[in-house]
Design a protein around this ligand. Sequence first.
Ligand SMILES: Nc1ncnc2c1ncn2[C@@H]1O[C@H](COP(=O)(O)OP(=O)(O)OP(=O)(O)O)[C@@H](O)[C@H]1O
Length: 341
Amino acid sequence: MITFENVTKTFVVGNKKVEAVKKVTFDIEEGDIFGIIGFSGAGKSTLIRLVNGLERPTEGKILIKKTPLHELKPKQLREVRRKIGMVFQNFNLFSSRTVEQNVEYPLKLSKVPKAERNAKVKQLLQFVGLADKAKSYPEQLSGGQKQRVGIARALATDPEILLCDEATSALDPNTTRDILNLLQKVNREMGITILLITHEMQVIQSICNRVAVMETGEVIEQGEVFETFTNPQHATTKEFISATDQSLPSPQLLDVWRAKGGTTLYRILFKGERASDPILSTVARKHQIDFNIVYGSIRELQQQFFGNLVVSFEGKHDAVIACIQELKSIVDIVEVNTNES
Ligand SMILES: Nc1ncnc2c1ncn2[C@@H]1O[C@H](COP(=O)(O)OP(=O)(O)OP(=O)(O)O)[C@@H](O)[C@H]1O
C-alpha cells in the first residue's frame, strides 16, 4: 500500500545539513495499523509529511499503491492526496465553524453537492459518536471530542489511508483509550490502512499490528508488534518497552538479592500458548529441584499471552544445570546479567 524505498530527506539550514530521514526502507500493507515510534527528533513527522506529499525525498522513492509519488503531475498528486486523511495532535479545527461545518469543509473543497455533503456529515458524526454535537463549536468540546471531529473530517473524502500524527499525545489515558478504539473501528469497519506516529509505547501495543522503531532518521528495528516487543534487538526498542513493562528488577533490588547470597537468576520468556502451560513446575519436578519466582508478569500483548519471569533454582548443582538445559529447548531462558537492568 505504501512503500518506502531507500528514502532519505535532508534539510539544509544555513550551511548545515540535517538528515531527518536516512535510507528508510519498509512496506505498509493494506489493512495494517502501522506504528512508527521514536523519541523527539527521530524523523517521524518528516516521514509522515513525505507520505502526504508535503515533503519530497532527497533520495529514494515513496510508492502509494505501486505509484511513485514523485512521478505524479500536480493534478494526479492532488487526487492521491484526497485519498489520504490526516489526523493531528492539536486537532487543527476551525474555531469559527461548528462541528458539522468542520467535517463538511473537505467536501466543500471537493465540490460535493449540498445534499450529499449533509448526508455524509450526518453519517460521520454518528460514526464517531458526536451526532448530538453537530451545532457546537470546538471550544465547547473536550479534547477527546475535538479529536473525534478531527477524525470525522479526515474520513470525509473516503480516504484509503489515514495518517495520524501523535493523535492521542494531548489526551488523558482514558480519552486516549477511546480514541484508539475509534481508530481501530475505522480500520476494521471501513477497511482503512492507518499509519500513525507516536512516542508512546502504549499506543503501539494497543492497536498496531506492525511497528517500525526510528532513531536519528533511521529505522533501527521493524516487524510484527508481538515479535518486535517480545524479542527486542536494539537498546532504544528495549527502552520503549521498559516504559510500560519493566522486564528485570532494578539494579538496586538485584544488589539486595546478591547481598543476601542469592543464587543465579534466570529470565524466562513464555510466548503464546506456552505462557499458560505449567512448564516450569513440570521440568523442575522432573529434576527434583525447587524454583523461586523473584519477579515478573504474565500479560496480554496483541491478543496473546506474554510471560516474563525472573527465577532462581535451588537444588543439586547438576540437577539445576540439567533443568536449565531442558528449559532452553522449550522456552527462552537466559542468565540475568545484573548490569543490563
Ligand atoms: N523543515 C525543516 N528544516 C530543517 N530541519 C528540519 C525540518 N523538519 C525537521 N527537521 C529536523 O529533522 C529532524 C527530525 O525531525 P522530525 O520533526 O521529523 O522528528 P520527530 O521524530 O517527528 O520529532 P518530534 O516528535 O519532536 O516532532 C530534527 O533534527 C529536526 O530538527
